[in-house]
Write a new protein. Structure first.
Length: 165
């Protein structure tokens, strides 16, 4: 992908980087050399985390997939996968030195399905070209579970966004 990786997810004033990568080009109007697909990600900033809270700390971010040239273009069918980061999917972990803080990213606001690469208990997000859009947005629902008594600090992890079409 030609676009620079972007997006920051964070916790405890931290940052969790989302790196955007596109899959191989197809013959569709959008996703070709003259009209490549653009993938961007926005921040999931958890802010301050309170381990004594009665519920987890949540925040949302987005992954946007669009045609570079939108006039008359439509996206091909594709899937969007998120990597496990430095830990695994169950749970993902942010780190601050040797300290770890569990979190995860989900496909729905109910936090029922982990957004991952489709392996194990994770799911990917999908888009069907029949929708005829030149751009679409997926929401990543982040959650840091409560009662994790960790050292105060800037916790981070790196997540790669992969779009396959």
């Amino acid at each position: 992908m030609r676009d620079k990786p972007r997006g920051l997810l964070g916790c405890f004033c931290g940052a969790l980087a989302l790196l955007a990568m596109a899959g191989p080009a197809s013959a569709a109007a959008c996703g070709t050399g003259l009209n490549p697909i653009l993938v961007t990600a926005t921040a999931v900033a958890f802010g301050l985390y309170s381990p004594g809270a009665s519920s987890g700390t949540g925040s949302n971010g987005t992954v946007t997939v669009s045609c570079t040239v939108t006039l008359g273009a439509t996206l091909p069918s594709f899937t969007v996968a998120l990597s496990a980061g430095a830990g695994g999917f169950s749970p993902r972990q942010m780190s601050f030195g040797a300290a770890r803080l569990n979190y995860n990213l989900y496909t729905t606001p109910s936090h029922a399905t982990v957004w991952g690469d489709g392996t194990g208990v994770t799911a990917t997000q999908a888009y069907a070209s029949s929708a005829g859009l030149a751009s679409t947005i997926f929401t990543a629902y982040g959650l840091v579970p409560f009662h994790q008594f960790v050292a105060a600090g800037l916790y981070s992890d790196g997540i790669t966004v992969t779009v396959t079409y």
